[in-house]
Design a protein around this ligand. Structure first.
Ligand code: DUC
Ligand code: ZN
Ligand code: ZN
Length: 477
């Protein structure tokens, strides 16, 4: 006897699509096939797809930004929004304040998520101050306890210099943790930004100019070389340029253990979005900024070849008011405006529309890049797949249902939708986590605190060879 069966749908996986029912027992997928039964409860999936719940491995939730501003979402609001958009697992950040011990930062975020999260979750440990005592020992203990990824910046006011980056990368390697990197060259950005401001160029559209594409290219290439030098695994966040994709591809060709992601706002928006009347462009301002149509083409090709293996939201929620984007008032300069846009709820519908409804890379690639690969890369073997033994995190997806995004129709706490006016075909009808319906027919059915923290096994370390100098040092210890 099963607890629940989803009947009559087409199961969509990273490897193919086929007609089958999915049976669930004790929160896990118990069987996939035909003629299954009986079950206590049946959900009709006729004419629709049964897909794995989305895995969004890069989102900022209840976090203080690099500019020192608390973002708009709590774990409660952000994960409600994720569930309503078909995402059942998030990896957000446990952000270290300057001087704070890593274990204290993790304990703080974990306690808040435990109380608020509607869906399953894990953390990247964001290291902003590697000078704190016992950093390497704390990191090793946290990784062994299941927090096996960290995040560093090469820019912003929490950016690390090359020497500190090497310290952190080496500590992550010996702890068995994956290092995620926001890679843009700080000096290039700082110099260009100062010149723009001195010359009176203050508008949101000048934000794009202040983050030259060369800033991304240089830092991505440099971080690939650092990963190569140490032979340590690195994930390059939010690639936005064609040259960034090429740098990742070249490094992977050399056998460097680097992976990379991009986001819907780089695939589906260009820099023109920043040139809206008044400060409206602030709503979609992010770093790196949106680029050109040619970059979009290169990003799609990179995804098709799996040079890029993940599409995350980089959900970074700030309200369009004095608590968020406009803390410096209605005349804010671009450098005073918080970076980021909400994306947890819109990621999957936008991508399904682009990749399936409009005949892009197809269902298999959609599932692979938004669920299966992020789960595998980040050490979540029971997520992102439809197979016996996996957690029953599933979405009954209507491929024909249309939705036109409105000005304020999301379930986060941001108050605007950056995609207002865009029409998508394909919609998550029913969202299931560990066998329980958490969203259906436009209503949230989960409770705060229902989501579980997901411990993750240590990262699989590369089998390649570090540079001769590092090999020598490692042989000495
Ligand atoms: N860029 C980031 O790196 N993080 C959050 C928001 C943004 O725009
Ligand atoms: Zn970033
Ligand atoms: Zn981010």
């Amino acid at each position: 006897m099963f607890d629940l069966i989803l009947r009559g749908g087409t199961v969509g996986t990273a490897d193919g699509c086929y007609e089958a029912d999915v049976a669930i027992r004790d929160g896990r997928i118990a069987a996939v096939g035909t003629g299954l039964g009986p079950a206590c409860e049946t959900l009709d999936a006729d004419g629709r797809l049964i897909l794995p719940g989305g895995v969004d491995p890069h989102c900022h939730i209840e976090q203080v930004s690099g500019m020192g501003l608390m973002n708009a979402d709590t774990f409660e609001t952000a994960t409600a929004s994720a569930a309503m958009g078909g995402t059942t697992t998030v990896i957000s950040f446990a952000a270290q304040a300057k001087g704070q011990r890593l274990r204290d930062a993790v304990a703080d975020y974990a306690a808040r998520a435990r109380r608020g999260a509607h869906i399953d979750h894990a953390f990247h440990i964001l290291i902003s101050d590697p000078t704190v005592p016992d950093l390497a020992a704390d990191l090793a203990a946290l990784a062994a306890a299941g927090h096996r990824s960290i995040k560093v910046f090469t820019t912003y006011n929490i950016g690390l210099d090359d020497r500190a980056l090497m310290d952190v990368l080496a500590a992550a390697k010996s702890a068995g943790a994956l290092t995620c990197i926001h890679a843009e060259n700080d000096g290039l950005i700082g110099w260009t930004k100062s010149r723009l401001l001195e010359d009176g160029h203050h508008a949101p559209k000048h934000h794009a100019l202040s983050h030259p594409r060369l800033a991304e290219i240089e830092a991505v290439e440099r971080m690939c070389r650092f990963a190569e030098f140490l032979d340590t695994p690195v994930m390059l966040f939010h690639i936005s340029t064609a040259e960034g994709v090429a740098a990742v591809r070249a490094a992977r060709g050399r056998g460097v253990p680097v992976w990379a992601e991009t986001c819907p706002h780089y695939l589906l928006m260009t820099g023109e979005v920043l040139d809206r009347p008044g400060l409206e462009g602030a709503k979609v301002m992010c770093s790196p900024p949106q680029r050109t149509g040619a970059d979009q083409e290169a990003l799609w090709q990179g995804l098709a070849r799996r040079d890029l293996e993940v599409i995350s939201s980089d959900h970074a929620p700030y309200r369009y008011d004095e608590t968020g984007k406009l803390t410096a008032g209605p005349g804010a300069r671009f450098d005073q405006i918080a970076n980021g846009l909400p994306g947890l709820e819109t990621r999957l519908p936008l991508l399904f529309n682009a990749m399936v409804s409009r005949g892009g890379l197809g269902i298999e690639a959609f599932v692979d890049l938004t669920a299966t690969r992020p789960a595998r890369l980040y050490g979540l073997p029971s997520k992102g797949r439809i197979a016996p033994g996996c957690d029953a995190d599933l979405v009954i997806w209507d491929p024909a249902r249309q939705h036109r995004y409105d000005e304020n129709d999301l379930h986060d706490n941001v108050g605007y939708n950056p995609w207002a006016g865009i029409r998508v075909t394909g919609w998550p009808d029913t969202v299931i986590q560990r066998g329980a319906v958490i969203a259906a027919a436009g209503l949230l059915r989960a409770a705060p605190g229902q989501g579980r923290w997901l411990p993750r096994a240590l990262a699989t370390l590369p089998t390649g060879r570090p540079a001769a100098e590092v090999a020598y040092l490692e042989s000495e210890t």
